[in-house]
Design a protein around this ligand. Structure first.
Ligand SMILES: C[S@@+](CC[C@H](N)C(=O)[O-])C[C@H]1O[C@@H](n2cnc3c(N)ncnc32)[C@H](O)[C@@H]1O
Length: 286
């Protein structure tokens, strides 16, 4: 896999040679190149890499990594796009309503002002992030479904033309959150994506360590435990969540749970499913 990391400036060749050696010696790295013209550090690596170590080496050598770097490429996009056949007609009145209810509940608990940088995790077609965008400084939309991201980008293209949103404040990333590093996000929010994520604990740890600012918030909206009927024949990693269990995973990830609430009931195929919100705060110390 290859990462191209933008830095604010690169150094002279002798200095670069020693940095190159140091990074090459790290576990999982098998190639390093520094492009002095483009101010880019290009790293080839395997899954064993510890991304934090690379960033530390760059920092120790006086490199400032430009914010919002996506550490990875389309290798991280899952080969199987589970939303390929759903993306085109995702924005049903029910989904739009669901996103609005989540945003309204989030705003009761979270202060979103024009100084805040936010990230919509599992953004899909952007129903939540686009509601929030006018309130905040910037939004990163992140999703690993090419089909969903494609729908979002089409919406954004039209909205930029009409000056409904500014492209400067919006970034779209197709990929897995575990490969994205920025450490400058005030609020990560996620609606109905977590039950599709296999390794919830790993995602929480990554968000806490590598995405949120100290004191930043993670806001999850998802289904309470259900009997698996919500997705019909489709199997998903989690049939909703038990809130105390989820709260414990957040606490294990260096986050403090601020509030939880059951805020909505969805009617689907004659059944009722409850949705909860949970807000957790990253510890101030990091
Ligand atoms: C049920 S949809 C919800 C979309 C949107 N949040 C909404 O409320 O309309 C779940 C989304 O999470 C995305 N997703 C699932 N696992 C993901 C992962 N590991 N990383 C990024 N996105 C993921 C899916 O591709 C999908 O677009």
């Amino acid at each position: 896999m290859r990462a191209v990391i933008k830095v604010d400036r690169t150094n002279c060749c002798i200095f670069n040679n020693s940095l190159n050696r140091e990074i090459s010696e790290l576990n999982g790295v098998y190639g390093v190149n520094i492009d002095n013209y483009k101010n880019e550090v290009i790293i080839d690596y395997t899954d064993e890499v510890n991304i934090g170590e690379i960033y530390s080496k760059l920092k120790e050598s006086g490199y400032s990594v430009m914010p919002g770097q996506y550490f990875g490429n389309t290798d991280y996009v899952s080969e199987q796009d589970n939303f390929k056949n759903k993306a085109g007609d995702w924005d049903s009145p029910m989904k739009v309503e669901m996103a609005k209810k989540f945003v309204s509940e989030m705003l009761k608990n979270v202060n979103l002002g024009n100084d805040k940088k936010v990230l919509d995790y599992g953004c899909g077609t952007g129903l939540v992030g686009l509601e929030v965008a006018p309130l905040v400084k910037s939004v990163v939309f992140l999703d690993n479904s090419a089909a969903m991201v494609n729908v979002l980008e089409n919406k954004l293209g039209k909205a930029f033309e009409k000056h409904e949103y500014s492209s400067e404040n919006i970034k779209v990333i197709m990929g897995d959150i575990n490969k994205y590093i920025t450490k400058d996000i005030d609020v990560v929010f996620s609606l109905m994506a977590l039950h599709h994520v296999e390794e919830v604990q790993a995602a929480f740890e990554h968000i806490s360590a590598n995405i949120l600012k100290p004191g930043g918030l993670l806001v999850i909206g998802d289904l309470k435990e259900e009997n698996g009927s919500f997705h019909g024949e489709e199997k998903v990693p989690h049939n909703g969540f038990n809130i105390p269990n989820l709260a414990q995973l957040l606490e294990f990830s260096d986050m403090e749970v601020i509030t939880t609430n059951t805020y909505n009931t969805i009617q689907k195929n004659g059944n009722e499913y409850e949705q909860f919100i949970i807000v957790a705060k990253k510890q101030q110390k990091n």
